[in-house]
Design a protein around this ligand. Structure first.
Ligand code: KG4
Ligand code: ZN
Length: 354
């Protein structure tokens, strides 16, 4: 079964064709990062307009790259939420119209759950020679979902049966990467910038706190962000009133790298501690990480060394950040369990909880 996936919830316009949930036939992504970079973050209105400009071409490219035409496509899947309303509307309108005019079943997909399903893509013929996991995750699956909008630990007992063990009480970890990068003067998006610079720094020079919460599976990253800001203010000889926009120019390159390394180490340690604790308590068969921050190399190596009994297989970085292959993959498993949705009544859910 071949499914066309469409994703436009934030600042990536993406379309992909996936066969039987695990074989990647094409994976097209147009990123708006360069457009939003000058604002230091995603501007919703600009994002929606940019999706509108490219979405038709991106969908056509995904079909061409997969060597398919509409007669081969069995269903259309589109991100229905959560995300930015204007951005979600563009993808959902495209999905509705295509489902209707091409007479295909339509599936509305939860973006955050879909991130986990990137780990089910184990085969490819899209020509990109990605390093994919060699086997499917096995239930029960413990999933650490870490993106720009979410930080959650979820136990999947089966495809439709999951338990939210914990989540962030304030900022998502990707958001903390982005904000700290801005404080120390690194470009958006902050995750890749920080992880690139961190190896040049000394991660022991700046001591940052790991928050401890009542539920050991909940997270809080706003304290870490503020602690990094205070340390950066002190590092440039200022106090808590020193405006953050003055910090980048007053930090030395060595200090900047030390901040990147110290922040990354603390954020990763927080995630690894909670995941290891949940693994010990819930005894999953597989542990997976998902979402943009799952592309982080330190997180991958630290998690594997903290869980030596697991042979953790990671999705390639471009399937961790936003993409439409994960949308088509989750849709495949939904086709076996749920009825398609009507393209006429198809709505978006910008704040859709898991
Ligand atoms: O999943 P995603 O592409 O979009 C959302 O659904 O939010 O995640 C984007 C987030 C951004 O905050 C970005 O800074 C972060 O993922 N990110 C990383 C890395 N690559 C992307 N964070 C840490 N290390 C990375 N290598
Ligand atoms: Zn995402």
């Amino acid at each position: 079964m071949k499914i066309l996936g469409i994703e436009s919830s934030c600042d990536e316009t993406a379309a992909a064709v996936v066969e039987d949930g695990c074989k990647l036939l094409s994976n097209e992504v147009v990123s708006q990062i360069d457009i939003h970079k000058e604002f230091g973050g995603v501007v919703p209105e600009v994002a929606a307009r940019s999706h509108l400009e490219v979405i038709t071409a991106v969908i056509q490219r995904a079909l061409d790259q997969a060597g398919t035409d509409w007669s081969d496509i069995d269903a259309v899947a589109v991100t229905q939420g959560p995300g930015l309303s204007g951005s979600l509307l563009i993808g959902s309108i495209a999905g509705r119209v295509l489902a209707l005019t091409k007479d295909k079943p339509l599936y509305g997909i939860h973006h955050v759950t879909a991130h986990v399903y990137a780990n089910f893509i184990t085969d490819q013929s899209d020509g990109s020679e990605l390093q994919l996991p060699t086997r499917l995750p096995e239930f029960p699956i413990l999933a650490l979902i870490v993106s720009g909008g979410h930080s959650q630990l979820v136990l999947f007992k089966d495809h439709d049966d999951y338990e939210l063990l914990g989540q962030t009480l304030d900022d998502a970890v990707g958001e903390a990467f982005d904000k700290v990068a801005k404080i120390i003067g690194l470009p958006y998006p902050g995750g890749p910038s920080i992880s690139k610079l961190a190896p040049e720094g000394d991660d022991t020079t700046i001591e940052l706190p790991i928050s401890r919460l009542d539920n050991p599976y909940d997270f809080s990253f706003s304290g870490l962000k503020t602690a990094t800001l205070r340390a950066a203010q002190a590092g440039v000889g200022g106090d808590y009133q020193t405006p953050s926009f003055e910090i980048p120019n007053r930090l030395t390159d060595e200090q900047r790298a030390d901040f990147a390394a110290s922040f990354q180490k603390t954020a990763v340690q927080t995630l690894v501690d909670a995941t290891v604790k949940a693994t010990n308590e819930f005894a999953p068969k597989s542990v997976v990480i998902a979402g943009g921050v799952a592309a982080n190399r330190l997180l991958r190596t630290e998690l594997q060394s903290a869980l030596p009994k697991f042979n953790i297989e990671y999705a390639p970085p471009n399937l961790c950040t936003d993409n439409a292959a994960m949308i088509a993959t989750l849709a495949y498993f939904q086709t076996q369990r749920a009825e398609p949705q009507s393209p006429f009544g198809f709505d978006i859910f910008p704040s859709w909880a898991m």
